[in-house]
Design a protein around this ligand. Sequence first.
Ligand code: DQA
Length: 144
Amino acid sequence: MAKRVLVLNGPNLNMLGIREPQTYGSQTLADIEKACIADGKAVGLSVECRQSNIEGELVTWIQQALGKFDALVLNPGAYSHTSIAIHDAIRAVGLPVIEVHLSNIHAREAFRHHSYVSPVALGVICGLGASGYKLALHALAEKL
Ligand code: DQA
């Protein structure tokens, strides 16, 4: 059976395409999600995509991934820099998570340099735009 990967995007990522295109690119979230499904399929993964602006909803989805998904690709948006709850949820389920950021968070404002997710992630990809999701899926296809 194909391994199942949940691709989660956090707050404001539903605004991609409109939101600061010089930083986040011109692709919409729908474009990225469509590519994730196709890129996953190409490497034998079954991919489901969700987005939420609500921290607790992301926490619930991470919890519910246990038993339903084999791994997650997660762009936590600004919650990367604030959310101990998302950090704890990832630890609680113990599923492999690849953290993705479209922008290079280390080359931006100081408040973006720290991520609560990175210490509990299998790997972190940032600064490569939408290609980051594809790279994360390829890495998971090899690891799983
Ligand atoms: C982001 C980086 C975060 O700092 C920011 O709050 C986002 C998007 C990225 O993909 O580059 O919303 O996660």
